[in-house]
Design a protein around this ligand. Structure first.
Ligand SMILES: *Cc1c(COP(=O)(O)O)cnc(C)c1O
Length: 362
């Protein structure tokens, strides 16, 4: 269908985003393991915030996010002046594409990379370039091989979604060093807090002019419904992001709840260790019934099946049992299912159901 009024090239190539399912018709006791949400729910301190800010809701929110940036800076040991906040890291990804790309330019993402990189690239009118991974792991050399004079951005999630694999700091450092100086490397650290001792790439940002890191409150902080993310980068990138950012892109409630959440370091510590415990258990239990997965560094496991048919049949079986996991055919992994690490009962339920599907008693 063609209209006289048309969006710019690329926009109609964007397929509407499919979120993780959250209900099954006719099934009451549904467990949602399809969107990598923290089963603990938000930190206590973030929950009571509406009452604290309700008297302010007729006012426009802060435009510089100074208090949230100060809190993030304190907790992560970073200069608040080099932080920009957005409506989820999705908005920051979008802002980076808007600011640095456009028709005639290219953006590199990897074979199983997060879908927003491609969508935001197309929305900006630029061309997404998909490069191969090696055994479900980002491959620095195939990224470098794809770079040319049109390249503006390279997106790498570390840990990656939906594979759960991670590149070591040597490899990430090599990528940053070998990219041409006019190409910006975006390190998406949505799952960084799940890796004990990992800074999401912050030190690399400090060392270089061509690296920016994005982070989110949607994963370990369990605030996906709130929409808050942030970026940390060199001064020239932060200046650019602040120019394209909407002046009121975050509301008062979002800012206050995220600030309370980031100050709760115990919550993050507990969530990280509980996730690691259940993730180890789940990977081992799945392996025992013949379902293999790469060692995950995030809060989900990418379970591999013998074929696409088996993965889809297993998903159908789980759905009938009220267990929602994520099909990842759209990420080039049609024989896999991505399963979020839930609480202990959910993990046991999903493994039990997969064992039954495989015809194995547990
Ligand atoms: C979940 C996720 C995000 C987070 O998006 P938000 O917009 O912050 O909710 C970003 N990148 C990756 C790779 C993710 O999996």
């Amino acid at each position: 269908m063609s209209h006289a009024i048309e969006p710019k090239a690329g926009v109609l190539q964007i397929a509407p985003y499919q979120g993780g399912a959250s209900s099954v018709p006719g099934v009451r006791d549904v467990v949602k393991l399809s969107s990598n949400e923290n089963p603990a729910g938000p930190p206590e301190a973030a929950r009571g915030v509406l009452r604290k800010v309700e008297h302010l809701l007729h006012r426009y929110p802060s435009t510089d996010h100074a208090e949230l940036r100060r809190a993030i800076g304190e907790v992560h040991g970073l200069d608040p002046e080099l932080i920009v906040c957005g409506a989820g890291s999705d908005e920051l990804i979008h802002m980076l594409c808007t600011a640095y790309t456009g028709p005639g330019t290219e953006v590199i993402h990897t074979e199983h990379g997060f879908s927003m990189y491609r969508l935001s690239t197309l929305a900006a009118g630029a061309t997404p370039i998909c490069v191969p991974e090696h055994e479900r792991k980002v491959d620095v050399d195939s990224i470098l091989d794809a770079v040319n004079f049109r390249t503006r951005l390279v997106f790498v999630a570390n840990p990656a979604n939906p594979t759960g694999t991670m590149l070591g700091s040597n490899e990430v450092g090599r990528l940053a060093a070998e990219l041409p100086e006019n190409v910006l490397l975006v390190l998406d650290g949505a799952y960084a807090e799940y890796v004990d001792g990992y800074d999401g790439g912050a030190k690399l940002v400090q060392k270089r002019e061509n690296v920016v890191m994005t982070r989110t409150f949607s994963k370990i902080y369990a605030l996906g419904g709130l929409r808050v993310g942030w970026a940390y980068g060199p001064p020239h990138v932060i200046d650019v992001l602040n120019r394209v950012r909407g002046p009121f892109n975050l509301g008062t409630l979002q800012l206050a709840a995220a600030e309370a959440a980031v100050r709760d370091r115990d919550f993050v510590e507990k969530s990280r260790s509980e996730n690691a415990r259940m993730r180890t258990w789940m990977q081992k239990a799945l392996a025992e019934i013949g379902v293999m997965s790469d060692t995950s560094t995030a809060n989900f496991v990418l379970a591999r099946f013998d074929s696409t048919e088996e993965a889809e049949a297993c998903d159908d079986h789980l759905r009938r049992e009220g267990l929602l996991v994520r099909r990842v055919g759209g990420y080039g992994l049609p024989n896999c299912l991505r399963i979020t690490v839930g609480d202990e009962a959910s993990c046991r339920r999903v493994v039990h159901a997969i064992a039954a599907f495989k015809g194995q008693e547990q």
